[in-house]
Design a protein around this ligand. Structure first.
Ligand code: ADP
Ligand code: MG
Length: 733
């Protein structure tokens, strides 16, 4: 009771000068949190649990204590406060309740063994059918004609009449309608259902527990935040989330809990970033330097896009700030990230430092080398390549050149991370295609000079901003959201695999116009024999269909020299068609290629499709991407294909991908070392809350960068507590 009183006082205190509010805050964390002990109790002693069920809770849900159960949130709610009349029903309604009587039963033979039981049910104004496909005995035993029932289920139309199959039925006299609000639904497992632990029984256990918690739950957010953002108290939110009276209350409760969850995730990330910042100083590059200027005035043949200029500005600011830059550069395929990377490296050179750029594959590294050398033509800058295949004398020369400072720019793969690779003064490291490099690998780069080099991470797989805030929370984000002028957006077309003749005609037409064509086969793992067979057969078929053209073939099973030779034929225009697996996903740049055919497109993820499509549309010609699928498609696949046909915007695609797949599956989340273990928030759907949580957490870190101020002690303590109990959080740092 004392607590309740206290919290009431606080809400009144909103206008009271800082010192006093301050004080009351102190009060919270110094006072013993009365319900901490209650919440650490074993769930075994709750009514409806006991030793056996306790084991099931432990094993199936990882729920052991009251606190665990409290945070086992419902995944949906059904409004049981309202009874519908049968004539109001529509076929797009979710679960609804109707009230009335069973008129009669009827049985239909479905097969020798199976019968369907139908109860004709009326509310006096309309009739629906209640249907059971099994359990006839139980139905006859339990439900009687002319009793007053409340039926709950999802109405569907069958034979011109609404029906409810396997509905929940209660006697009207057993339900107190006035007390029924939103009914929570909890996820249960197969095993739980077998042991009679349904969502309903969970509901009862949770309710019993809430009744036993008589003192209000301790607040876990500072009141200056709850007050300003108009958030429910933790106590009210916890009670409402499990037992909301109405939809508004449910929404408010969930919002409060989601915010809290996201807020502490962000606080954790930002605390880590701020720590890092204080520990490491960044080199200060206060000049642009001669190399950059010479390149910009003599070698650069086109105008930078507005987005490129803006991003260069952001990078320049970072590199002058005295802090180590940790910047994520996002931009769609072909948006001109490589150029930005090059200019960033030139600034390092201009300040007497070296630079390196790392790519995930050898092919891509070699392509970067070519690009950079072409850009720097006529300038006296030593650029070298270091990959796994650079060996012996050549390798020694490169390593020596790095140590002496003679090599200014190193282009390579993971090989750069090896300990034997030493720089004289590494000032900037660029990492291309981030999601293949983890946080740990980034850290290895820091060890390569006295101060860590400035780091620019480039990714062509756009990540929704809110997700980036969480996965790459310690990185600042720059976005190139503009393509160089003159590009025609790629047209994307969906075709079924029974329309190949039209497709072949289209290909022939394009090649006769002088263009080149990619044909891509899925190869989920390079060892899948049947996939390889598909590709081989497809290659043979194309050779038959297009005897007049030359065709290259590339897949991951080939030796790298062989692969390069085949690729080279396509690059030089000697072959007109390139049949390939996803090895071409990153890197290849053939501006003359104008058609990308993706076979079995239903087997690719959205970001993969987008990457593949990015291989065309690099020249001045109109380009096409043809997604060929089987006729039968799942809903999700159809949505994926539709989105691809709809937009070329990588960010929209990434958002959609996130929504369709959930963040756990998103490429890169694994490697980045952060598994997602959010209990109530959903990064895909709660983007706005992520941003808000980020903003609030940032304010706290700005006010208390060392995380030591008494004013925020409650927050730091709570954060420690969360980190101690949540493995995934610990992984973030
Ligand atoms: P990304 O690495 O983002 O996929 P690239 O840096 O490879 O993109 O750029 C794609 C192509 O566009 C390259 O041939 C590059 O030279 C060219 N390019 C880059 N920036 C511009 C610009 N501002 N104007 C015209 N062409 C550009
Ligand atoms: Mg690129």
């Amino acid at each position: 009771m004392r607590k309740a009183h206290n919290s009431k006082l606080k809400t009144h205190n909103s206008k009271i000068p800082k010192a006093i509010t301050h004080n009351s805050k102190l009060n919270i964390h110094n006072s013993k949190l009365p319900n901490l002990d209650i919440l650490s109790q074993d769930i075994m002693f709750l009514p409806g649990v006991g030793p056996q069920r306790k084991e099931i809770f432990n094993r199936e849900l990882n729920v052991r204590t009251w606190a665990d159960l409290l945070e086992y949130y419902p995944y949906k709610y059904v409004d049981r406060s309202r009874i519908y009349a049968i004539h109001e029903l529509t076929s797009d309604m979710p679960f609804v309740q109707i009230r009335g009587k069973i008129l009669s039963f009827e049985e239909f033979e479905m097969s020798a063994r199976k019968k369907r039981v139908v109860a004709h049910f009326t509310d006096g104004r309309g009739v629906v059918d209640l249907v059971w496909f099994s359990g006839a005995q139980y139905v006859y035993k339990t439900y009687k004609v002319n009793e007053d029932y409340i039926v709950f289920g999802r109405p569907t139309v069958y034979g011109g009449r609404f029906q409810f199959s396997h509905p929940e039925i209660d006697r009207a006299s057993d339900l107190k309608l006035s007390e029924m609000g939103m009914q929570p639904y909890y996820t249960t497992t197969e095993l739980m259902k077998k042991r009679g632990l349904t969502s309903r029984s969970l509901e009862k256990v949770v309710k019993a527990m809430l009744q036993k918690i008589t003192t209000p739950l301790a607040e876990t957010l500072p009141d200056f935040i709850t007050r300003r953002l108009h958030l429910m108290s933790r106590d009210a939110a916890m009670r409402c989330v499990h037992y909301p009276k109405n939809a508004i209350e449910m929404k408010q409760a969930r919002e409060r809990l989601k915010f809290e969850e996201l807020f502490y995730v962000q606080l954790n990330i930002l605390r880590y970033a701020s720590d890092h910042r204080r520990k490491y100083r960044g080199y200060i590059f206060n000049r642009v330097g001669a190399d950059f200027n010479r390149f910009y005035s003599d070698n650069l043949k086109f105008e930078l896009t507005g987005a490129q200029k803006r991003v260069m500005h952001e990078i320049r600011n970072d590199m002058c700030s005295g802090r180590q830059m940790n910047r994520l550069l996002q931009g769609d395929v072909g948006s001109g990230k490589t150029l930005v990377a090059l200019m960033t490296m030139l600034i390092a050179l201009g300040n007497g430092f070296q630079a390196c750029i790392m790519a995930p594959t050898e092919i891509l590294a070699e392509q970067h080398l070519d690009t950079i050398q072409a850009f720097l033509k006529g300038m006296d800058i030593r650029v070298e390549l270091l990959t796994g295949v650079v060996k012996g004398k050549r390798r020694r020369e490169v390593l020596e050149g790095l140590l002496s400072g003679d090599v200014k720019i190193l282009v390579g793969t993971h090989a750069i991370l090896e300990d034997t690779v030493r720089f004289q003064r590494l000032g900037v490291a660029v990492i291309d295609e981030q999601h293949r490099f983890g946080v740990a690998q980034r850290a290895r780069l820091w060890a390569k000079s006295e101060n860590p080099p400035h780091i620019l991470v480039m990714t062509a797989t756009p990540i929704p901003r809110t997700l980036a805030m969480t996965i790459y929370g310690d990185l600042d984000v720059s976005v190139i959201d503009e393509l160089p002028p003159g590009r025609k957006p790629v047209q994307t077309i969906h075709r079924y695999d029974n329309q190949m003749t039209t497709l072949y005609n289209g290909i022939r037409q394009q090649i006769r116009l002088g263009r080149q064509v990619y044909v891509v086969y899925p190869l989920i793992t390079e060892s899948e024999k049947s996939d390889l067979k598909n590709l081989e057969e497809g290659y043979a078929a194309l050779c038959d269909i297009f005897p007049e053209f030359h065709i290259s073939k590339v897949h991951g099973k080939m030796k790298s020299a062989e692969k390069d030779a085949e690729m080279q034929k396509f690059v030089s225009g000697e072959t007109q068609i390139l049949v390939a697996t996803t090895v071409i996903e990153v890197g290849v740049n053939v501006p003359n290629a104008s058609v990308m055919v993706i076979l079995d497109a239903q087997r690719f993820g959205l970001s993969q499709l987008h990457q593949l499509r990015g291989r065309v549309g690099r020249g001045a010609e109109q380009s096409y991407c043809i997604l060929v699928t089987t006729y039968k498609l799942s809903d999700i696949t159809r949505k994926r294909i539709d989105i691809m046909c709809d937009t070329n915007d990588g960010f929209r695609i990434a958002e959609a991908d996130l929504k369709l797949r959930g963040p756990g599956d998103l490429e890169g989340t694994q490697q980045s070392g952060i598994a997602f273990d959010l209990k109530i928030a959903d990064i895909a759907r709660d983007g706005q809350l992520v941003a808000l949580a980020r903003q609030e957490a940032q304010k706290i870190i700005d006010a208390d960068p060392t995380c030591t101020s008494n004013e925020y002690a409650m927050l730091w303590r709570r954060l420690r507590q969360l980190r101690d109990t949540n493995i995934n959080w610990a992984a973030i740092s």
